[in-house]
Design a protein. Structure first.
Length: 318
């Protein structure tokens, strides 16, 4: 499985609480940081997006923005306007929100909301994905995403039956297309991330080999040979592009696959250990405890209990 597909598969994105946001006149709203990914698709007009700790960007009609995970941010018609507090609650169904003047027709409309991800591997968002992906409507390299955006815009503004369900599916496709698009542009993701590594022709070869054969006992030398680079050049480039040293990335990915397998509970420890490159269940358990903070079996129990609580109590039969 290639790296981006593997990450999306482990994260299992689910769309929660899409909002139709409309505004008129001067307005500004501040949203606090949340540990889920925020997204926005501008349907009409434009606004300023000011993420905490990042440069502001202007969003125009047809632009798509993704922030995994979502930092605190301000959306505004004018940066000089004092923001009010917005509602960050990532739950519920499609809602409509109005900002600014309420007596005139809106001059700005956006479809925005959050993605919920599989909690066992939520840390992958911060470690491997960029803090901001901005796809501009006029970008000629984003044709597939543009087609999805057109469908999503049409559906969001319609009142047809089944709108919410169709929007959820379309927005999931937009997430994957946005990350794929960002991975194909050397300057799209800014700081270090897996997407930048996938852009680099040498690093991408090593990453694809690693993800295709995780059970192999990889070393820096092995990965450097796959990349066609010396050990030192590979290590330096990998750390600069991806944001982690090569073997730290290997460990992080093995732990991510292990957490997912333990959550599902469909593999014995010995089988899992061999599948992700450890020589024994004991060696894997030691590595897992060191990196995750508790033994594999304890983690698996916590995941099962958490899943049961999310599902709620089972009905009783009288």
């Amino acid at each position: 499985m290639e790296p981006l597909t593997a990450i999306i598969t482990l994260l299992r994105p689910q769309v929660v609480r899409p909002k139709l946001i409309a505004a008129a006149g001067p307005w500004a709203v501040r949203y606090p940081r949340v540990d889920v990914a925020g997204y926005g698709l501008v349907l009409a007009g434009s606004c300023h997006l000011i993420p905490d700790g990042s440069p502001p960007v202007v969003l125009s009609a047809g632009d798509f923005v993704l922030m995994p995970p979502a930092p605190g941010f301000v959306m505004t018609s004018d940066p000089s306007v004092e923001p009010i507090d917005g509602d960050p609650d990532p739950s519920g169904r499609l809602t409509e929100v109005r900002h600014g003047g309420r007596d005139s027709a809106p001059d700005f409309e956006m479809l925005g909301g959050y993605f919920r991800f599989e909690s066992a591997n939520l840390s992958l968002l911060a470690d491997l994905l960029p803090s901001l992906v901005h796809v501009r409507a006029g970008d000629p390299t984003a044709k597939r995403l543009s087609a999805t955006i057109d469908l999503t815009t049409e559906e969001a503004l319609s009142g047809r039956p089944g709108r919410d369900l169709i929007l959820e599916r379309l927005i999931e496709v937009m997430l994957i297309e946005a990350l794929r698009h960002a991975g194909g542009k050397p300057d799209a993701s800014g700081g270090p991330s897996l997407l930048r590594g996938l852009v680099d022709p040498n690093l991408s070869r090593a990453l694809r080999c690693l993800h295709a054969d995780l059970k192999r006992r990889w070393t820096v030398g092995d990965l450097a040979r796959e990349a066609g680079l010396s050990r030192s050049a590979f290590s330096e480039r990998f750390s600069a592009m991806v944001g982690l040293p090569p073997m730290e990335y290997v460990i992080q990915w093995r732990m991510a696959v292990a957490r997912d397998a333990l959550r599902k509970g469909d593999m014995q420890l010995e089988e899992l250990a061999l599948a992700i490159g450890y020589e024994s269940a004991s060696a894997f358990s030691t590595a897992f405890r060191k990196n995750v903070g508790r033994p594999p079996r304890s983690f698996a129990r916590e995941m099962r209990l958490g899943a049961a609580e999310d599902e709620g109590p089972l009905p009783t039969v009288a």
